[in-house]
Design a protein around this ligand. Sequence first.
Ligand code: KG4
Ligand code: ZN
Length: 336
Amino acid sequence: MLILAIETSCDDTGAAVILDGRKILSNVVSSQVSVHQKYGGVVPELASRKHIESIVPIVTEALETAKVTLKEIDGIAVTQGPGLVGSLLVGLSFAKSIAFARGLPFIGVNHIEAHLSAIFLEEKPPRFPFIGLVVSGGHTSLFRIDGFGKYKRLGQTRDDAAGEAFDKVAKLLGLGYPGGPIIDELSKAGNPKAIRFPRPLLSKNSFDFSFSGLKTAVVNYVKAHPEPPGGYPEDLIKDIVSSFQEAVVEVLVKKTVQAAQHQGLKRIVLSGGVAANQRLRQKIREESFEQKLKVYLPSPSFCTDNAAMVGVVGYEYLKRGIRSPLSLNAFSNLPL
Ligand code: KG4
Ligand code: ZN
């Protein structure tokens, strides 16, 4: 089954052609970073306008790269939510138009489910059940996953998502947008133990997260150490971001491992943009090894937003004969 998948939940326009939910024939992502950079975050109105400009060229490129035409496509999958509603509507309307015009089966996909399923694009995916951590710009949630469509949420952030915290700290320090990859790189040269930032909500009984207090701790640290005339010394910036990153990573790793132990599961899957973070990947590998758990990490390009992961989920539903109506609407808070 050949699926054309489309993803426009936030600021990346993505299109992919996926064979049998596993094999990528094409996976094109057009980033809007240059549009939003000067605002230090995604501007929803600009994001939807940019999607409108990009959607036709990106879908065309995905078909051309895959060397297929619409005639050969068996089904259309598209992100329905959660995300920015104006952005979602561009992809959704476009996907519905193709499905209607060509009489193709059509399915709306939950963006969180897509992130959790990105691991099935890898050569050796896990068996069910497993613990899945979704950690992105909009979400930080832990799930028990017993199969496609079988999700039990164990915990989630009570305030900021982890990626949001990375982006806000980077903005505070004037480092640029998006903050995650910038902090990831800068941290390598910093001392993660230089500043002891708080490790929020590390009590054993809860799988919820909270990152806004940690962000405030960074704000307070910066206020207590006013910028000298020539700007902060580079080494101090590196120590701040490295120490901040270490706190985020420690909380994510500990909670995920605790969730696996609590559920009696041996397999852990990470997903979402922050799962591309090198320190997080290293730490979860180390901790899993120590605790005799097996960890599965999608390649970094499958962690951040992409349409291939939407194709994985779309295939699982379409092959079971599940379809969405063409009246399907986009929802910014679509639950999983
Ligand atoms: O999954 P994603 O592309 O979009 C959402 O669904 O939100 O995640 C984007 C988020 C941003 O907050 C970005 O700063 C963060 O993921 N991110 C990272 C890294 N790469 C992306 N955070 C930490 N380290 C990274 N290497
Ligand atoms: Zn995402």
